[in-house]
Design a protein around this ligand. Structure first.
Ligand code: 26W
Length: 795
């Protein structure tokens, strides 16, 4: 290790010299990678030794996604080496930012849920809490998105390079996971036992990634499992070649959300691999008796995808450790807790009984038993048939994973106040009444170490110059910026940073996508997965309305705006893909019109991922958070943009509600129907979009343009959308909200007219964003759910 720039340069040049003294970027990347890993390794070993020597309670976060983003630069930031390394490399004629770009980001997630898991890992280590991740090592991460003719195409992403693996294979720690087989009763000395005969074994090999906390002190572990062919004998009844083929495929690729139709069995295999391998790993040679698991281990399941951990822990305790049902159930339900991330019915996991029965016969028997005992206790309490049906885990041949997760956990949480209330009052009303102390809220957060310090070093520096450096450790201190919100010289500095970040984004886009953007225009940014409820459609339809107005009203010449879109659609989600195509089609119409392009510009950033987000978010001035109220559980992009000084145009949905509460509605652009209104309409089925079209000439014109294909290069490109708006009665209330959305945009234009006022509002947003740091969220989970103690400092 080194303590100065000169030392770093010497160290670095020695390594480079070892490698035939070529100063190529690749070589520099490799060298820097190795150096960083050597520094990390020391403290990683020390942290692990501490965990072994003084065993305190450990938390394990089970998640099917970890969207960690690039690792090299973030590790340097958390080790406090970033600036020294950057300056040292500068003097050697190398750019750290260019070196960083050689790293392929591991796309081990779809969106918010996966990124949340990554932010949580960062906060756990940074707060010196003993918390680790368990996940899967997909060979192909989320697909790479390209546009061909405006349509999304999907290419497999291969993020793993044999050299410079972000993670390290731990082959000695491999475990075996059993699929299929027959459950047999065996009578032994200790009584009757159940075993699985003739299963198909799959070997799970762990790969470990260090999670570097702030200042490099605590280094926790993210352990990802890879499926491999087992050396154990395979059942004579199965075809060996098929089996090898199937095994190799289990961790081949990440499942894109929403596409539940394809590869259900494979997804179930993935979920079980994660749960079984992780639990076996946790319970091999424990330093405590199994009876004391709840005092030593907390397991948080990130949505229901790892809910099989409940029956799997039961299986291990009963079959492998010979515990009775009651005791095993008591231990399990004091160890596992569950976070719900959605109320969308289509995302609520349900598995056909026969599927689980054939793939995981012992697990099926356990789920059946859990359900039976639960139903019995409910009947004894005299519950009505209707309540019984709602509370049943197995109903009409399907297993409702959310019910299993609630029944088998000691705590259940939603991810924003509004979302938790909807869970308690509506979606899980009966469960909440049955278990009144189980449900609680933990509003999501984001790590300011990536989303501010790493992504926006210029703004971070300005903040430190202004209020001192204590906010870095205590992000709630960002509120000290409030007293500078009207300080002209600070506001000018803020404006200068925003301009710089806009220019950096422009440079990046020009280089990668050959797009030229006007830096003086308003940067309005809509970045997230594509989904009906997120209403990218409302945004593009509004732009279409603006286009019409500019064309036909010669007095309407609004200040230039650039509308950025970024996001992927699940490959089988036809509607979302058509919205992507529509945005691209309208983009070429708008961008190529000599009159309109003076005022409107549409940029669709290809292949939106964590890395792209790190460019886009610091440059944003307007943040689009326009989901149909009640549908977005929380949102986390909204928080990242707020922390970087963007003003939110948004509905009262998810965590937006709490953001508006923090910053004041006068410092945001709030519009649209409230959750209660939407839910009322849904209940009564009383919303009729036709009435809106007939009553509003502007909307009527827009609909005509779509229906005739005039705006979209042919009808075919809009038919699905028109159908959803008309025949399907506009399920996301796009037409219902579009008018108040347009009004909110007019307010944005007015506010932007006064640059100092705009900067003041931006600063107020930054100042109010500290509470959305995931450090706060993690501390609350620890206090209320996990009860962890800080790792003693090793410095
Ligand atoms: C069952 C298949 C599946 C898998 C993933 C369905 C849906 C998903 C989503 C990608 C889950 C997700 O990312 N949910 C988001 O979680 C965030 C973190 O809590 C929230 O902020 C978002 O509101 C929520 O949509």
């Amino acid at each position: 290790m080194f303590s100065s720039k000169e030392e770093f340069k010497k160290f670095f040049m020695n390594r480079i010299a070892d490698k035939r003294s070529q100063k190529s970027l690749e070589m520099a990347f490799e060298t820097l990678w190795e150096m960083t890993h050597e520094w990390i390794q020391e403290n990683w070993n020390r942290t692990n030794q501490l965990y072994e020597k003084e065993p305190e309670k450990q938390l394990y976060y089970f998640s099917i996604e970890f969207l960690i983003g690039r690792v090299l630069g973030q590790n340097l930031v958390n080790l406090n080496f970033y600036d020294v390394v950057k300056e040292g490399l500068d003097e050697l004629g190398l750019k750290l930012s260019e070196i960083e770009e050689l790293e392929d980001e591991p796309g081990l997630g779809n969106g918010g849920l996966g990124r949340l898991a990554a932010c949580f890992m960062d906060s756990l280590a940074s707060l010196a809490l003993p918390g680790h991740g368990y996940g899967l090592r997909y060979k192909g991460g989320l697909f790479t998105q390209h546009f061909v003719n405006g349509n999304q195409t999907e290419q497999p992403t291969k993020w793993i390079k044999e050299k410079n693996n972000a993670d390290a294979r731990q082959k000695d720690l491999a475990v075996e996971v059993a699929y299929y087989g027959d459950v047999q009763l065996v009578v032994g000395t200790a009584g009757v036992k159940r075993t699985i005969e003739n299963p198909v074994w799959v070997k799970a090999v762990p790969y470990d990634l260090p999670i570097v906390g702030a200042n490099g002190g605590t280094i926790n572990t993210l352990r990802l499992w890879q499926a491999e062919v087992s050396e154990r004998p395979f059942p004579s009844t199965k075809d060996h070649t098929v089996y090898e083929h199937e095994t190799a495929k289990i961790t081949d690729r990440l499942y894109p959300d929403d596409s539940l139709e394809s590869g259900k069995i494979l997804r179930l295999k993935q979920q079980y691999l994660l749960c079984s391998a992780s639990l076996q790993d946790l319970l091999r040679n424990p330093s405590f008796p199994v009876e004391e698991i709840p005092e030593n281990i907390a397991i948080q399941i990130n949505d229901t995808h790892p809910a099989l951990a409940i029956p799997e822990l039961m299986r291990i305790l009963i079959d492998d450790h010979s515990l009775g049902w009651e005791q095993a159930w008591d231990i399990t339900t004091r160890t596992i807790s569950y976070t719900n991330h959605t109320i969308l019915t289509e995302a609520m996991e349900k598995w056909d009984c026969h599927l689980i029965q054939s793939l995981l016969p012992r697990i099926y028997l356990i789920i059946e038993e859990i359900d039976l005992r639960f139903k019995e206790s409910l009947q004894n309490q005299g519950k009505t048939v209707d309540v019984l049906r709602k509370l049943s885990i197995i109903e009409e041949g399907v297993i409702k994973m959310a019910v299993l997760a609630v029944v088998g956990s000691y705590k259940v949480n939603g991810v924003a106040k509004l979302h938790t209330n909807i869970l308690k009052k509506r979606e899980m009303k009966e469960l909440n009444e049955q278990f009144p102390n189980k449900f609680h809220n933990k509003t999501n957060g984001i790590t300011h170490r990536r989303w501010l310090i790493k992504a926006n070093p210029e703004l971070s520096e300005l903040i430190t110059e202004t209020i001192g450096a204590r906010w870095v450790k205590e992000p709630e201190r960002l509120d000290e910026l409030h007293s500078f919100a009207q300080n002209p010289s600070f506001l000018q500095d803020f404006q200068a940073v925003k301009k710089l970040k806009k220019e950096q984004l422009i440079y990046h886009l020009q280089r990668d996508q050959n797009i030229v953007v006007d830096s003086a225009s308003i940067f309005d940014i809509h970045i997230k997965r594509f989904h009906g409820y997120k209403r990218q459609l409302m945004n593009i339809l509004h732009i279409q309305m603006l286009y019409n107005r500019i064309k036909h009203d010669s007095t309407y010449r609004p200040y230039p705006r650039t509308f950025f879109f970024g996001g992927k659609a699940a490959p089988t989600y036809h509607f979302a893909k058509q919205v992507i195509k529509m945005i691209n089609t309208i983009a070429s119409k708008v961008n190529n019109d000599p009159l309109v392009r003076e005022h409107l510009h549409i940029v669709f950033v290809e292949n939106y991922n964590v890395t792209q987000a790190e460019y886009l978010i610091p440059a944003a001035e307007v943040s689009e958070q326009i989901s149909t109220a009640s549908k977005e559980a929380s949102g986390t992009g909204n928080m990242k943009l707020m922390m970087n000084g963007a003003l939110t145009i948004g509905t009262f949905d998810g965590a937006n509600v709490e953001m508006f509460e923090q910053v004041g509605e006068e410092n945001a652009f709030v519009f649209g129907m409230r959750a209660e209104e939407i839910m009322q309409y849904e209940k009564e089925k009383s919303y009729n979009p036709k009435e809106i079209i007939e009553g509003d000439p502007e909307i009527a014109k827009m609909m005509r343009q779509l229906a005739t294909g005039k705006f979209t290069d042919g009808k075919i490109n809009a038919d699905f959308i028109v159908e959803q708006l008309l025949e399907d009665k506009d399920p996301y209330f796009v037409l219902k909200d579009i008018h108040s959305y347009a009004k909110a945009h007019e307010k944005i234009l007015k506010a932007y007219d006064n640059p100092m006022k705009w900067a003041e509002m931006s600063v107020k947003n930054m100042a109010a964003s500290g509470i959305f740091s995931s450090d706060r969220t993690i501390q609350q989970y620890s206090d209320d759910v996990w009860h962890l103690s800080k790792v003693p400092s090793i410095h």
